[in-house]
Design a binder for this molecule. Structure first.
Ligand code: 5AD
Ligand code: FES
Length: 367
């Protein structure tokens, strides 16, 4: 097997069958995959990690995804919505601690109130940081005009996970109604890219009904769409969600974790200069899960800087880590662990996707 994998890893673009093969590696072959992806990261990104201070500003969600702990139908949690002052205080914390960027994340809500509130917050965050804090938004599907309004107000990156690129699988993990429309999700991603955002997507790994072929297609989709950023993590069941009834069919957690690392490694080889997040869900399975991801290809970490008292209520899945830490604790423990992964945290820089600037340059050349 090993020599075949060595040959395969001489390439950087793969057919679906090759990706499936790489996803199925173990032992020495898997080590070779990780070695290669680490080399690619070192060459194109360096041993660097950038922070996005994560502010989970509200767990109120208008949708009902069958896997998600903050789905509208879950009555078993306290809903919260940070005040503007609390959000701005968290942004100030990020700025004072030289995090180059923040990420504003919440459940998915649409409407003019939300649109204007976020626009106003973006303006204020830009003001308090003298334009220095980079801002990633992750607040779901919105109308193109809303995306544009936020872009004009200073958000420059947007993360919208497609969750699963196989439409049949997507339908199995979402309610069958107009609020959970696969095509609209893809259209949203396209409008984000057209508006000019650094555009990120991702999937969950180890979902019920998901196959290796689905995962291979997910990576091919990301390549074809030409994403700038990726955030993908293992699916972790949540007791208060409908998908829990399929928990007996899932891969063991350890295998979902392992598969996530392989997905990151393969994507790093295929898309050398994009930003890849080491997802928090990795840490729910392995205490140094995110650092393992950094070692083999990820270059973005999202330390949680949501005020501590709300964290317990932003449980997308069971066993979510660090929900009782304060932001400062998170920073120092992360820094120590990043150094274990032989990487260094870069402060005071946005850490934009290199792929984005390359892509824009190429586009400008064509126009
Ligand atoms: N397990 C892992 N990830 C989850 N997410 C939501 N629910 C779960 C879960 N049970 C992820 C989705 C979403 C992101 C904010 O969290 O991919 O886009
Ligand atoms: Fe909130 Fe899916 S449950 S977006």
């Amino acid at each position: 097997m090993t020599s075949a994998i060595i040959d395969l890893l001489k390439q950087d673009q793969f057919f679906k069958k090759d990706i499936i093969r790489l996803l199925e590696t173990h032992g020495e072959d898997r080590t070779l995959l990780f070695k290669k992806s680490a080399e690619v990261k070192e060459k194109y990104i360096g041993n660097k990690v950038w922070f996005r201070g994560l502010i989970e500003f509200s767990n109120i969600c208008g949708k009902d995804c069958l896997y998600c702990g903050i789905r509208k139908g879950n009555k078993n949690l306290t809903r919260y919505n940070l005040s503007d002052d609390e959000i701005l205080a968290a942004a100030r914390f990020a700025y004072n601690n030289k995090y180059g960027s923040i990420a504003l994340q919440s459940g998915e809500l649409e409407g003019s109130f939300v649109a204007e509130r976020i626009e106003n917050l973006l303006n204020k965050i830009k003001e308090l940081s003298h334009g220095e804090l980079g801002i990633t938004l992750s607040v779901g599907e919105q109308e193109p005009e809303v995306y544009k309004k936020w872009y004009d107000a200073g958000a420059h990156r947007y993360l919208l996970r497609v969750e699963a690129t196989n439409e049949a699988l997507y339908r199995k993990i979402h309610p069958d109604d107009s609020k959970h429309n696969f095509r609209r999700r893809l259209d949203c991603l396209k409008s984000l890219q057209d508006i000019g955002y650094q555009t990120g997507t991702g999937v969950m790994i180890g979902l019920p009904f998901q196959t290796m072929a689905d995962l291979a297609d997910d990576l091919l989709y990301m390549k074809e769409f030409n994403i700038d950023m990726c955030g993908m993590g293992p699916y972790i069941e949540h007791a208060d969600t409908p998908l829990i009834e399929h928990s007996g069919t899932l891969l063991p957690l350890k295998e979902r974790f392992d598969l996530t690392l392989k997905m990151i490694a393969i994507l790093r080889i295929m898309m050398k200069d994009i930003n890849i997040v080491a997802a928090t869900a990795l840490q729910a399975i392995d205490p140094i899960g995110r650092e393992k991801a950094v070692k083999i290809g990820a270059n973005i970490l999202m330390p949680n800087i949501t005020p501590g008292k709300y964290r317990d209520s932003y449980k997308l899945y069971d066993n979510k880590p660090c929900t009782d830490d304060s932001a400062e604790d998170c920073q120092s423990c992360l820094e120590a662990r990043v150094s274990l992964a032989d990487a260094v945290v870069v402060y005071g820089e946005w850490g934009d996707s290199k792929h984005y600037s390359e892509r824009r340059n190429i586009q400008a050349g064509k126009d």
